[in-house]
Design a protein around this ligand. Structure first.
Ligand SMILES: CC(=O)N[C@H]1[C@@H](OP(=O)(O)OP(=O)(O)OC[C@H]2O[C@@H](n3ccc(=O)[nH]c3=O)[C@H](O)[C@@H]2O)O[C@H](CO)[C@@H](O)[C@@H]1O
Ligand SMILES: C=C(OP(=O)(O)O)C(=O)O
Length: 421
C-alpha cells in the first residue's frame, strides 16, 4: 500500500498545468462505442478511472491504442453487451456504457452500481430516460438489463439535473428515431464537451449547456478527433493550493468561465486572481477570510470542490458555513481535517467551520477522491508532517499530482507503506 507524505509550510510558487478533465473523458470514451469507425482523443489524462473505463470498453470489444495523452479507439464489432460487477464496483461511471450499448445493439446488461462513500447515488433517472425512449428494463442478480428493438425519441423531464443521467440519455438518444427533448438537463461543461464530441461524430444535438437539450436522432455516427476540455476541478484544487500556502502560482490550461463560482468564492475570501494570456495567476499573502458556500448543480458551486474549500476555510479568519446539497453524505473529510486541528461541526447537511491560525500534520486517510485532495491541501499548509493513506482514491482523478506539486515547490512524496508479515 502506498501513501503520500507531505511536509507543510512551503508557499507554492511557479507554473502548474491542468490535465484533461476526468469527468469529460469518461462519458466521451463510453460514446466511442456508438460507432464502428476509429475515434482519436487528445489530452486524455493518465488516471486510474480512465484505465477502468478502457478495460470495460476492451471487454465490450474495443481496440485501444495509447500514445502519451492520445488514445485511439475502434469498436468494429461488439464482443459483449455486458459490463460486469468487477468494473462497475471500481468506478460508478462504468454505468455510462448503458446508453451507447442500448443505442448500438438494442441491449445492455450492467451491474448495479450501488452506493458509495459520498451517497446512495441511485440511477433511477437514467433508467426513467431509457424507458421513455422505449427500452424495457429488468432487474436481477445484481444486474440491470435494458432491451429495445428500436429506440424512439421522447420528451423527458429529469426530476434533478443529474450529470450522469443527462449524458447516458443523450448517448442513447443520438441514434433513436425522431426527436428527444431533455428538460431540466444538467448544464455542466462536461455535458457540452460530450455533445460537441457526439456532434463531431455526426449527431444532431442542440442546447447542451442549457436546461433543455434537443437531440434529433441520426441513422449512424462515424469516429471523430476530439481534444478533451481541461479539468476544472483539478484547476480549482491548484487555485486553493496556492491560496492555502500563501503562494503565487500561474495555473495553465484552464477555462476560466468553467470556474466562475470557485473564482468568485476565492476572491470573496481575499485571494488575488488575475487572468493572463497564459492562464489564471493566483496569489495570496495573508490569511483568507471565511466565506459561506452552498454546493449546487452547475453553474452553482461544484460539490467536487467542497472538500478542498473546506480545507481552506479551516485556516480562514472567522467562521464559514458550508452546505452540501448535491450528495447526502459528502462530509467524510471532516473527521480527518479535525485530526489536523480543524474546528468543524456538522449539523445535517451543513458544516460550520471555525477557522484556526494553523493546522498540524497528522496521519490521515483519504475516504474519497476529493476528500483526499482536501487533506493534501491542508497538509501543504500545516505545521509538520502529514501522512495520507488510501491514496488510490486520489489516483482516480489527479494526473501526476506529486510531480506537479513538487514542480511548484511542495515538499511531497509518495512512499510504499511497509507491511510486516
Ligand atoms: C464521472 C462524473 O462525471 N462524476 C460527476 C457526476 O457524478 P454523477 O453523474 O453520478 O452525479 P449526478 O449529477 O447524477 O448526481 C447528483 C445527485 O443526483 C442524484 N441522482 C442521480 C442520478 C439518478 O438517477 N438519481 C438520483 O437521485 C444523486 O444521488 C446525487 O445526489 O456529477 C457529480 C455532481 O456534479 C459529480 O460530483 C461527479 O464528480
Ligand atoms: C465524485 C467524483 O467522481 P465519481 O462520480 O466518478 O465518483 C468526483 O470526481 O469528485
Amino acid at each position: 500500500m502506498e501513501k503520500i507524505i507531505i511536509t507543510g509550510g512551503n508557499p507554492l510558487n511557479g507554473t502548474i498545468r491542468v490535465s484533461g478533465a476526468k469527468n469529460a473523458v469518461l462519458p466521451i470514451l463510453a460514446a466511442s462505442l456508438l460507432t464502428t469507425t476509429e475515434t482519436k482523443l487528445l489530452d486524455v489524462p493518465n488516471l486510474a478511472d480512465v484505465g477502468v473505463i478502457c478495460s470495460v470498453l476492451q471487454e465490450l470489444g474495443a481496440h485501444i491504442y495509447k500514445e502519451g495523452n492520445e488514445l485511439t479507439i475502434a469498436v468494429p464489432y461488439l464482443a459483449s453487451t455486458e459490463a460486469p460487477y468487477e468494473y462497475v464496483r471500481k468506478m460508478r461511471a462504468s454505468f455510462l456504457v448503458m446508453g451507447p450499448l442500448l443505442a448500438r445493439a438494442g441491449q445492455a446488461r450492467i451491474s448495479l452500481p450501488g452506493g458509495c462513500a459520498i451517497g446512495t447515488r441511485p440511477i433511477d433517472l437514467h433508467l426513467k430516460g431509457f424507458a421513455a425512449l422505449g427500452a424495457e428494463i429488468r432487474y436481477g442478480a445484481g444486474y440491470i438489463e435494458a432491451t429495445a428493438a428500436e429506440l424512439t425519441g421522447a420528451k423527458i423531464y429529469l426530476d434533478f439535473p443529474s450529470v450522469g443521467a443527462t449524458e447516458n440519455i443523450m448517448m442513447a438518444a443520438v441514434l433513436a428515431r425522431g426527436q428527444t427533448i431533455l428538460e431540466n438537463a444538467a448544464e455542466e461543461p462536461e455535458i457540452v464537451d460530450l455533445a460537441n464530441f457526439l456532434n463531431s461524430m455526426g449527431a444532431r444535438i442542440k442546447g447542451a449547456g442549457t436546461k433543455v437539450i434537443r437531440i434529433d436522432g441520426v441513422p449512424q455516427l462515424t469516429g471523430a478527433v476530439h481534444a478533451v476540455i481541461p479539468d476544472r476541478i483539478e484547476a480549482g484544487t491548484y487555485l486553493v493550493a496556492a491560496a492555502i500556502t500563501r503562494g503565487d502560482v500561474l495555473v495553465e490550461n484552464i477555462i476560466i468561465d468553467h470556474l466562475k463560482p470557485v473564482v468568485a468564492k476565492l476572491m470573496e475570501a481575499g485571494v488575488c486572481l488575475t487572468e493572463t494570456d497564459y492562464g489564471l495567476r493566483v496569489s495570496c499573502n495573508r490569511r483568507v477570510r471565511g466565506v459561506d458556500i452552498k454546493t449546487l448543480p452547475y453553474p452553482g458551486f461544484p460539490t467536487d470542490m467542497q472538500a478542498q474549500m473546506m480545507a481552506l476555510m479551516s485556516v480562514a479568519e472567522g467562521t464559514s458555513i458550508i452546505t452540501e446539497t448535491v450528495f447526502e453524505n459528502r462530509f467524510m473529510h471532516v473527521n480527518e481535517l479535525k485530526r489536523m486541528g480543524a474546528r468543524i461541526k456538522i449539523e445535517g447537511r451543513t458544516a460550520i467551520v471555525q477557522g484556526v491560525k494553523s493546522l498540524t500534520g497528522a496521519e490521515v486517510k483519504a475516504t474519497d477522491l476529493r476528500a483526499g485532495a482536501a487533506l493534501i491541501l491542508a497538509a501543504l499548509a500545516a505545521e509538520g508532517e502529514t501522512e495520507v493513506s488510501n491514496i488510490y482514491h486520489i489516483d482516480r482523478g489527479y494526473e501526476h499530482l506529486i510531480e506537479k506539486l513538487q514542480g511548484i515547490g511542495a515538499n511531497i512524496k509518495r512512499v510504499e507503506e511497509c507491511v510486516l508479515v
